[in-house]
Design a binder for this molecule. Sequence first.
Ligand code: NOJ
Length: 536
Amino acid sequence: MLSKYHWWRDAVIYQVYVRSFLDSTGDGIGDLAGVRAGLPYLKKLGVDGIWLSPFYPSPQHDHGYDVADYRGVDPLFGDLAEFDSLMAAARRLGIKVLLDIVPNHCSSEHPWFREALAGEPGSPARARFHFADGRGPDGSEPPNNWHAMFGGPAWTRVPDGQWYLHMFTPEQPDWNWRNPEIADEFDRTLRFWLDRGVDGFRIDVAAGLFKHPGLPDSDDPEADARTRDSVNPLAWNQPEVHEVWRRWRSLCEEYADRDGLERLLVGEVSVPTAREHALYVRPDELHQAFFFDLLGAPWDADAFRKVISEAMQDIAGTGSTVTWVLNNHDQVRTVTRYGEPATGGSGLGAARARAAALLMLALPGAAYIYQGEELGLPEVVDLPDDVLTDPIFRRTGSRARIRDGCRVPLPWSGQASPFGFTSGVEGAKPWLPQPSYFAEYATDRALADTRSFWHLYRDGLQLRASLPQLGEGTLRWLDTPPDVLAFVRGDGLVCAVNFGTAPAPAPAPGTPLLSSGPCPPGVLPGATAAWWLNDL
Ligand code: NOJ
């Protein structure tokens, strides 16, 4: 057995939301050739790898998280030959590639679900999903009272009177993981992509898959529809799911044993506590699981300190590292979440988002950056109703939790939409409209301006790659005034963040190595973070 190279333990991965990254065909939708064209940009930024959001054949009811064929490429995004070219280009640049795998549910267009619909109640084809008879004298009530994450009941009735379970939209039927055929089929899918050279998988809804046996009623049926998190304790986080992660881990180890290079499994794990989260990253399970508590924390020194301390205590103790994340394609972007009013990027929200980025990059463990985060893009909050595509809007009629605002196509260059996002076709329109103020955030402007978010991320990533104090390891908190957090990494790298608005004394002497805003010696201004190299 070869000794393995744990490249993922402090890797920084960039999430590419393919349909919004770069469009090479002019249809207004980003694609795999666009990702390939953007790789040099990502290399320059300094990330270790990319995670590609789903590009498989799909009716796109949930932008690819409704998969009709797990082993292909939707013509919207290219084909397998283009995928192979992308892999080869990434390999040449030394960029790792993770795919997004969706094991909790598929698309209602998946051949196995069509077969189930055509099959009889009780047939083997139906046993791959959760089909059940309804309640009430004529079976017209759903089998239980669960609600779907995206609103409405978690059950849909089919013409012969049975119901099927879907924890998201009706177009996303849940697989029945108690049927061994499902695990075997997913093994084949994992091997298909690993044989094509991918470096690992981001696992969608990794606390899902198994439901409580018997599918009993929930005491709080609307819990899932109320929040962005999956909280119905009967529908998520069942102990049996850990068996699947052990199985996937040993499959990945087979590949790692061949060449010494670990294939990474990173789970989207939303569970109530850091302690439960830690169960998913035990040494024989997932390598990483996104630690969403940082993303969920309000801009407050105590809240951040609590989240970081809990993560270090509960997760680092498993032998894994903590996987930090501030943004993704499901969440309001940091610039807006931390207080930017609607548009513009030079105010408080932007200053705080810059500070949070330096904090995240200084924490022990791995980090994920969501495309556009490195440009300081704000959430687009004023998209008109008629352009919204998020099924949450379709299913609830409410704008409260919709995710289109963080998915608007990236601006690359120029003064007007499509800002270089689509190429070649006159008048091509991005699939979501880009606001005119995106001009200020275009990558060409960001690269030319050393004060931009892009340079902050690039400089932070460069220092992370070169300083032994950063990346994996531990941290030691320093005593600080209430609004300030400061910690020491390894041999004397100090990171401090001032969450307040008034300047505070700097916790380390001299000029910082890197700061998120102007930072004179001895002072840490409000909404600013900085790194110093000092013996403290
Ligand atoms: C989590 C994904 O991040 C989200 O975009 C998707 O809608 C749900 N899982 C359902 O697959």
